[in-house]
Design a protein around this ligand. Sequence first.
Ligand code: 48H
Length: 260
Amino acid sequence: MSLENVISRAIVSTFTQKMLSYLEVDTAIVGGGPSALVAARYLAEAGVKVAIFERKLAPGGGTWGGGMLFNEVVVQDDALPILDDFGIRHAPLADAPGYHTLDSVEMASGLIFGAVKAGAKIFNSVSVEDIVFKDKKVNGLVINWTPVERLGMHVDPLTVIAECVLDGTGHPSEIMHLATEKAKITLDTPTGKIEGERPMWVESGEESTVKNTREYYPGLFACGMSANNVMGGYRMGPIFGGMLMSGKKAAGLILKSLKK
Ligand code: 48H
């Protein structure tokens, strides 16, 4: 066999095996932003079969660009143990005790590597276009290649079955929108619907991101900015401690739910 074919066969067969073994998972995570990557790592470490489906070619979500493309971000003391778990370096801010800066490229790449090394599988360039909703339960995801979505090609999707679904889609809360608008699910929020993100208030946004990380319908969880949008929390700009802690909290809640 020519080396050209050896390479092509190797890629087609290993990817096919990987995809086949992840068509049924314990937890399917939509979006590969910081909160989702943290959740995936702690879930995988606890032995949960977990896959992330990320629309973009590069996972990492909004971490890469820091603040306004200045590639540094800020975290608070509370989030340092998570960064340390991932081996991501940070430096204290001399003029703001309790706060630290870190390189956003090291954070993005470190979170991705940490999640993958722990055993989470990441499917990139895959967009989640719908949910599986059976017997009033969220049962999984409907996926398609991002280029298919972007080009508007009329190509039917495939499905992934999951015990739990985590919406880590960031500001748009795409899965929660599908749940409320297509599946007509009533969420565990004051109105039963998505409350909508509020403007900038860093302290409040950081706190509420973690608080709002919850199960909003049996089997359907939200983390990060998605959780904040669902519950009407404030935004916080390029401080990421809340996102990291939200991911860790989501992993704990999902673990508890899977053990039931
Ligand atoms: C597949 C999808 C789909 C889909 C979206 O926004 P993210 O970085 O996620 P979080 O919530 O962990 O982090 C938020 C943070 O980056 C941020 O925006 C902050 C702190 N903002 C503060 C402020 O004031 O603005 O990542 C979400 C990921 C992205 O990579 C999307 O491509 C992906 O989800 N995604 N993937 N199928 N339907 N929708």
